[in-house]
Design a protein around this ligand. Structure first.
Ligand code: NAD
Ligand code: DAU
Length: 361
């Protein structure tokens, strides 16, 4: 039985990953370490398949002695590290938690792994693995005709969030190079799907459109992201854990690259079809152009030939099929939405990020 420490497993991708792992891999037990910040919730872990193989621990990845204790107590052989502050706009409003969690937190996990795995010899060093979950944002922004990011593209992070993730990637690589810590890294593009916190573009637009509220598009809406359904990301990480080469990085992306405006128009079309009698028809009329995000990256696109060629991974969902599934999930999970929407901290965030933002003609 493999014993896997998942950090940030009560967040969007972490919770989807645990669900995937428990469903497809009977040979694992999962220890889930999550602080339950505003972005994490035990609601995301309800009705897990084979839930007795999952143990939840509320705690901070910056607490090195707690992590050491978990590594020893559960004889952890694999760390899959998702925990992070993940929202670019929040990193612009206040970068300090990003530096703490994303950099200091990753450092603390690496130190714990170095001490217990490499120092105490509890497990053979070739049986352990630190897998770090990162982002395409470390590579910066592409021009309209630039080739997609590949694994050797130089790092050029632009937001405090991206810079903190880049720093954490460098720390992981350095621990591999200097101490021989066995690691893999995945850099993934924009995810969407069930359980995504409605501060991110797709769930925010779905919920606003259902409520007949404005759909705030930053700037001219011609920025491009490379969208991937979360389940496809989880499968890719699982494949890298099983077959990825130690010390390697793998880029993951969906190959779907609409502009933000086109994406929101697609969501509006799906809602028009689903609710032909809605008073908010056509949902596109709710689109409002607002002041841009400072330092807004223009375009991301991922070259995924390495993971496709070496591990045989490819996405299964198209953008249209993934969006339909996502929409149905939010429609079927009103309670989950209400719990978040009723929190004062969520309303405060919307107020801080949107109310002060001017609208554009
Ligand atoms: P999320 O914000 O939904 O979840 C983050 C989770 O980490 C939450 O459950 C939170 O409680 C937990 N957490 C935060 N600080 C912690 C701490 N100090 N100790 C323990 N737990 C803590 O994030 P997500 O969208 O699921 O992203 C997960 C990871 O994937 C992040 O590392 C992010 O950088 C990366 N990533 C995200 C995307 C995306 O599109 N969402 C794309 C590529 C990579
Ligand atoms: O690229 C991977 C990254 O994708 C992850 O590393 C991050 O954790 C994740 O949050 C995401 O970052 P983005 O900034 O790309 O995602 P977000 O959903 O915040 O925004 C997507 C695009 O939509 C971006 O160009 C900004 C724009 N946008 C976003 C919001 C919330 C709007 O136009 N209006 C909005 O209200």
């Amino acid at each position: 039985m493999k014993s896997i420490l998942v950090t940030g497993g009560a967040g969007f991708i972490g919770a989807n990953f645990i669900r995937h792992l428990l469903a497809v891999d009977p040979g694992v037990q999962v220890i889930n370490l999550d602080l339950l910040t505003y972005a994490g919730s035990l609601e995301n872990l309800k009705d897990l398949p084979d839930a007795e193989r999952h143990t939840f621990v509320q705690g901070d990845i910056c607490d090195q002695s707690l992590v050491e204790c978990l590594l020893r107590r559960h004889r952890i052989d694999t760390i899959v590290h998702f925990a992070a502050e993940s929202h670019v706009d929040r990193s612009i409003h206040g970068p300090a938690p990003f530096v703490r969690t994303n950099i200091q937190g990753t450092f603390s996990l690496l130190e714990a792994a170095r001490k217990v795995w490499l120092g105490e010899g509890m497990l053979p060093p070739d049986s352990v693995r630190f897998h770090h979950v990162s982002t395409d944002e470390v590579y910066g922004s592409l021009g309209p005709r630039d080739a997609p990011f590949c694994e050797t593209t130089p790092y050029a992070p632009n937001s405090p969030y991206a810079a903190s993730k880049a720093a954490s990637d460098h720390l992981v690589r350095a621990y591999g190079h200097t101490y021989g810590l066995p690691f893999t890294i995945t850099n993934c593009s924009n995810n969407y799907g069930p359980y995504q916190f409605p501060e991110k573009l797709i769930p925010l637009m779905i919920l606003n459109a259902l409520a007949g509220e404005p759909l705030p598009i930053y700037g001219d809406g011609l920025q491009v992201r490379d969208w991937l359904y979360v389940e496809d990301h989880c499968r890719a990480i699982h494949m890298v854990l099983r077959e990825g080469q130690i010390g390697e990085t793998y880029n993951i992306g969906g190959g779907n690259q609409p502009t933000n405006l086109e994406l929101v128009q697609t969501i509006c079309r799906l809602l028009d079809e689903r609710f032909p009698d809605s008073p908010h028809q056509p949902h596109q009329s709710l689109i409002t152009f607002v002041e841009d995000r400072p330092g807004h990256d223009r375009r991301y696109a991922m070259d995924t030939r390495k993971i496709q060629g070496q591990l045989g991974w490819q996405p299964r969902e198209s953008l249209e099929s993934g969006l339909r599934k996502t929409l149905e999930w939010y429609l079927g999970n009103e309670r989950w939405i209400e719990v978040i929407r009723s929190r004062p901290s969520y309303r405060d965030w919307l107020e801080r990020n949107y109310t002060a933002r001017g609208t554009r003609a």
